[in-house]
Design a protein around this ligand. Sequence first.
Ligand code: OAD
Length: 271
Amino acid sequence: MLAELPPELIVHVQHATTLLRTAQRVCILTGAGVSAESGIPTFRDKQTGLWSQYRAEDLASPDAFTQNPQLVWSWYQWRRQLVQDKKPNPAHYALAQWQEYITLSQSAQQLTLITQNVDDLHEQAGSTVTHLHGHLGRNRCSQCDTPYIVPTLSAADQVNFSIDLLNCDQCGGYIRPDIVWFGESLPVNAWQTAEDAAANCDIFISIGTSSLVYPAAGLAHLAQKNGATLIEVNPNPTPNTIVNITLAAAAGVVMPALLQGIIDSCPTPKD
Ligand code: OAD
């Protein structure tokens, strides 16, 4: 698997693997890039089709929902249709297998997986993951926060701008996706988990994130301040200038190679 990578990447993967073999605590932050190879467009990709005239930032905000709840709700219904048939890719599976390997081998290594993604591809692959930005599959009342279950659209349904807004059974407020929008606070428990893991890790790995959106992007800085080595997996440059090892290729290529290097180097799992 390693041999299939470009030579210049092999050197960096081997360096990362060497460090990961002895790391006690690893914190991993994933972003939209980890789901790109599953066919889910990233946020910095140009939007397509009906939504090409909008920027994600202009739809994913409380102001946008207040001004035009129908538009924002419709966009999320469309995004739900977009992800509903998507499957995990080799990067998701490598991360899940790494977690499983730690459990099965009774390794002392701790791995905390945190994602900014609102899809469930990490879970589909078998991972335990903390979501910082909420879940596309969940809804709640925009007024009283009561959770709300909405029947999902079937694959045969057309994208429909006239989809009626739903109202909360408790207070009548509009139902919104349970997603953290720009300007909103992150879920307290999820953020606490992320901060603790970043502040106490030996190695922090950013995978498929542009490192543009805070506070999530600040986790790498927190880790570095506390002495962690930073690894970034991204085929494109990011503004994250504090990275120690850059693995400049697709996550679906890098993560299986990294996992293989870690597992091959470890003792055989105990019975
Ligand atoms: P972005 O869309 O900002 O960035 C995606 C990153 O993935 C880019 O840096 C790409 O270069 C990289 N990328 C693309 N394909 C990749 C691949 N195959 N392997 C690895 N990397 C790849 O997504 P995020 O950083 O996740 O917030 O965005 C952060 C937040 O901004 C999102 O959670 C969302 C968004 O607005 C909310 O919805 C609140």
